[in-house]
Structure formats: C-alpha cells, structure tokens
Design a protein around this ligand. Sequence first.
Ligand SMILES: [Zn+2]
Ligand SMILES: [Zn+2]
Length: 372
Amino acid sequence: MRVTDVMRIAVRCNPFGLACLRVSVLSMTGKLTISEWMIMKHASFTILAVLLLSVNCPKSEDSVFKVIVLGAGGGLDESNLSCYLISPANENRFVAMDAGSILSGIKKAERAGSFADVRDTELQGKSLTRFLMSRGIKAYLISHAHFDHTSGMIINSPDDGSKTIIGLQNTIDDLRDHVFNGRSWINFSNEGVAPINRYNLIRAVPGKPMPITDTSFQVTAFQLSHSNRGSTAFLLETDRQFVLYFGDTGPDQIEKSTSMQQVWNAIAPIIRENRLRGIFLEISYPDGRPDNQLNSHLTPKWFMTEMRNLAQTVDPKNPGRSLARLRIVVTHIKPSLEQGIDPREIVERQLRSQNDLNLRLEFAEQGKRINL
Ligand SMILES: [Zn+2]
Ligand SMILES: [Zn+2]
C-alpha cells in the first residue's frame, strides 16, 4: 500500500474565506515499507499542525442537517422560547421543532448571518421573514401545547402561510380544543368550528415513521412523560441520517415511566451505526432543585443519568465509551429573575463537571446556526 493511498489532505475554505484544512486518514491498515514509514514520520508533524488549524473549521460541507435556533429558552422571556428550524444542509426547506418564538428568532438569526445561504432566487424579492413564513418553513412539529412551545406559531398565524402541524394526539387535540377554537384564537386549523384551513392538523402515531409533506424528511414521534398531557420526542431522518429532538421531559426515575428508555431503545441501533447526527435535550434547572419541584423537567444530574442509561443501551459491555463525541445540544434552560444569577452558566459548569461519557456538549443559543 502506498503512503499516498493511506492519507488524503483536503484543503477547504469556510464562508469567510479562512483556509481550513482537513485530514482524512483513509486507512491505517496494512504494512508500510521503511521508506514509507519515514515519510509518514515526517508527515506526522504536518498532520498535527493541520489538525490544530482545523479545530475551529466549520465543516458545513460534511453536515447533513442545518439547524437555526429561533428560540432556546424554557420560559419567562417571551422573545426567546423553544423553536429550532431544521433543514437538509443543502436546502432551505425547514421544519420547525416547536414554535415558541419565531419572528424575534428570525431577526436575530438574520443579523448573525445564519441564513446567509438563502439565495435571492428563493427570496424572489421578498423579505427573509416573508419567505420563511410563506414557503421556507413547511411544517411545525409541536412537542406539546404549552405556550413556551407554541406562542410564536399562534401569534404569527394571521400572516402565516399554509402548513402542516404534526404532533401526538394529545397535542393536536389541545391545539384544536384550546387554541384554534374560535374563542382563545381564530380557528386557523382544518378542524373544529368554522375552520379557516390554513393549518393541516396531523396526529402522528407513536413509533411509526411518517413523511413530512414537501420535504425530504421522515419523522417518528415518541411519547414522553411531562406534566399531565405528556410531551414528544421527534426523530427526523433524511438520507438515512438522523437527528433527535426532545420536547420537555422528566427523568424516567422521577416520572415512574419508561418513556425515555423506549426512545433510547429505538435509537441505540442508529448510534451503533454512526448515523445519529445529534440529540437536542432539555435541562430546565440547575442541580440543587429538589426532585419534587422538577415539574417534569431535567437537571444536569438527571440529564447525565439518562445519558448513562443511553450509553448502557448502546453498548452494555463498554458504556463509558459508547457515546464518546456524540453531539448533544442542551435546550430549554429557564432564565432567572434573581439578581446576578445566570442559570445557563451554572448549568453549563455543572454539566461539564459530570460529563464522564465524553459527550460533545453544546448549548443552544438564539440566532445561532448548528451544522450537524
Ligand atoms: Zn417548555
Ligand atoms: Zn412543558
């Protein structure tokens, strides 16, 4: 085997014109001659330098999904509530995972350059917001009907385009009966009294994949334990690659449930096959809050308990390494009104100190783009 067959160095440029270098070692198997070994030895310094240079390289070329965070918080601040736009990386056909904040998030993301790859031919002379509302966002996937996951969709509905709203039965029934009912709000749905038919309500069947109209996505919904009406995890798939988004959930042990474990059982084979690009999972409160005041949410301690359950499910023989480098995006941290207290900073510190699984942790931030 020739050294040139062993490695390939690719030079790529990021959107800002900074050279980023990436090394792909194609195969390290096989025997090398002494001369090849010497070349490898000298090349190793170059490779090390290249790797160091590439640490901050955005590898959007390799990503399957792009995620634009329109809202990351779990309450209080009405301008920053759970909403994550996800599209295949090379398209601008989004689905919204929850819809707590929309316009405030689009404005922030636009200023941050997170929509820089929306082309003029797609905008057709319209504003980015108009494009996204009328054609860019194809569906809302709503985890549960709590307002921190729905208020942006509701308040923007008079100027929204036609879309599907996908959720489990409780969620869709709650939207029909308590939101789009002609009393709390105008009935923009296609069910109930005097429907306007802007939103096509679709009840997902737990555990059963279904296509999302006008996208290349398939979605599978899983029931979660949260409050009295439950919540949902959505597993999105395109081109046999997956991303998993959790709505609000408590830990199985506190909820006296097996909901989280059932999700872990479903995704363990996907992780083993290295086809899960990332998990979005909530932490609402820092550690220290009593378990009887979690209100069906997670803390760093319970988050790691669930991650260890997942690790055990993926590889019972070697759970300590089974999730190494898996990308996990933390969502839904609730802000505090108390002077000088930043729950996000506290949660991040507590979680990193407990990360014995070597998870690749990220923290959702409104306006930011995440390439997965
Ligand atoms: Zn919530
Ligand atoms: Zn909730």
